[in-house]
Design a protein around this ligand. Structure first.
Ligand code: ASP
Ligand code: MG
Length: 487
């Protein structure tokens, strides 16, 4: 009899499914929302083990970046104001979200301690008069280090045992590329398993700061803007979770930006590869590498809305069901982009020209979004963010103009339109349909690029034609609500 009882006891402790839930900055920026988050976790806790990953309160990471800029410029006047504001925002959330007096006091003490540390580090940075990438990452970690413990206390307030951990304490080990650190997955897996599983086994919910890890020397690192999604997938892959739920303020990935297209709708299911393209092309801002850790392990991801919990959201899986396999799934637009065209007879048949151009731009930290070269090799067109345009043209002029390249032409008001769908692969006539649809609306196509994966067809147009083009394609491929109902 004994072993049977023991076995039963273990099964009640360890549930068969573990869900990693990430809550974004807009889900934790008020007392009511934090209570709501605790309610969501509670409602799923009965059937699953839950691990939470929490982002900084909306606006905090941007605020920390702004303060680092003022400090860099030697302006220390804004520090006190910023620190008191951070203290107030987080204390107010604690006051309203946690009803048990003892827990509230503990949470307030935690906020006070962390804010004190923030003040110290800002003071130190001002004295040194420089912000290194390493100190910036440490500074940026404060957003999540303030928000996540509040969620942990709110869970306890709701009667759920929970434990707060920084990404470093959870065991996320990264390289030392501050600002864009990459996880060292083998070590991370071992450590995260070691810290997280005992907590879930005892029936508690670990609450981990998103966005933060530590390098092998123990220095705090951050893994790139929007990195909490990435933290969630790193943790999920490490512990072999059943699913990852990314809770934010949208219902899911959409067929188009609803601000551009009225009948845009939420996609039920997309593949990892499609979601990766959509993330890059801005359907919902997701960290571009967030899907990497779960692709190998095939852990499904759900994008869900904390403000609309009855909506199932979008499911991202390895192989979406048949009814979700459409030729084209979404049409997105990236605005505020610019096109640079470099040309010159000397580029023809000269190996290494493209390498020189890209290398020069990369060294000056200009990110190129899209590239196309004519087979005559006499010109290369590139799309960059508008914010990078000046830097890009100055760099090219200083380093290459008159030597490798003869001319630089710029169009500074363009938009990139991307049509995404894995069903395009091997299907004839998709490009004809795409360009036919935009031509009928009198939209001129300036540049085209399609990767050989055929997952994504992207082209550049004048920004003023953006809405027209997106709507035309949305209609052409029948992505709208009205068309769906007719089918
Ligand atoms: N707080 C970080 C950011 O704003 C990470 C995140 O929110 O995912 O980029
Ligand atoms: Mg954020």
């Amino acid at each position: 009899m004994r072993p049977a009882v023991a076995a039963a006891a273990t099964t009640t402790m360890t549930k068969t499914t573990t869900i990693v839930m990430k809550f974004g900055g807009t889900a934790v920026d008020s007392p009511d929302k934090v209570k709501h988050v605790a309610g969501i976790v509670k409602s799923h806790k009965a059937k699953n083990d839950i691990v939470c990953v929490v982002s900084a309160v909306r606006g905090m990471t941007d605020g920390l970046l702004a303060i680092s800029d003022s400090v860099r410029r030697g302006d220390r006047s804004s520090i006190d104001e910023f620190v008191s504001k951070a203290a107030k925002i987080h204390s107010d959330i604690v006051q309203g979200a946690i009803s048990d007096e003892k827990l509230r006091e503990q949470a307030l003490a935690q906020v006070k301690k962390t804010v004190g540390e923030l003040q110290d580090i800002l003071g130190g940075i001002v004295l040194l008069g420089e912000v290194t990438p390493k100190s910036l990452d440490y500074l940026l970690s404060f957003g999540e280090r303030l928000s996540a413990p509040i969620v942990a206390y709110a869970l306890q307030d709701a009667g759920i045992d929970s434990e707060f951990l920084t990404g470093k304490e959870a065991g996320i080990v990264t390289d030392s590329n501050f600002g864009e650190a990459r996880p060292l997955m083998d070590t991370t897996k071992l450590r995260v398993n070691h810290t997280i599983l005992p907590i879930t086994k005892r029936g508690a919910v670990p609450v981990i700061t998103g966005f933060i890890g530590a390098d092998q020397h123990g220095n705090t690192t951050t893994i790139g803007r929007g990195g909490s999604d990435y933290t969630a997938t790193i943790v999920a892959a490490s512990i072999g979770a059943s699913e990852v739920w990314l809770w934010s303020d949208v219902d899911g990935l959409m067929t188009a930006d609803p601000k551009l297209v009225k009948d845009a709708c939420v996609l039920k299911e997309v593949s990892f590869a499609e979601a990766m393209e959509m993330a890059l092309f801005g359907a919902k801002y997701m960290h571009p590498r967030a899907l990497e850790p779960v692709i190998d392990t095939k852990i499904p991801i759900r994008i869900r809305n904390t403000f609309n919990v009855s909506h199932p959201g979008t499911l991202i899986t390895q192989n979406p069901g048949r009814d979700s396999q459409k030729i084209v799934k979404s049409v997105s637009a990236i605005r505020r982009t610019a096109l640079i065209d470099v040309s010159g007879g000397g580029m023809v048949g000269a190996p290494g020209t493209a390498a020189k151009i890209f290398d020069t731009l990369a060294k000056n930290r200009v990110n190129i979004m899209m590239i196309s070269q004519s087979p005559s090799e006499s010109s290369i067109s590139m799309v960059v963010r508008k914010a990078d345009l000046d830097k890009a043209t100055t760099t090219l002029e200083l380093n290459l103009l008159g030597r490798v390249i003869k001319r630089i032409d710029v169009s500074d008001n363009v938009a990139v339109i991307a049509v995404v769908g894995s069903g395009m692969r091997g299907i004839k006539g998709v490009a004809a349909k795409v360009f036919g649809a935009v031509a009928r609306r009198n939209v001129n196509v300036i540049m085209i690029a399609q990767g050989s994966s055929e997952l994504n067809l992207a082209f550049v147009i004048d920004d003023k034609d953006c809405e027209k083009a997106v709507q035309a394609l949305h209609d052409e491929f029948g992505l709208g609500k009205a068309r769906k109902q007719q089918q």
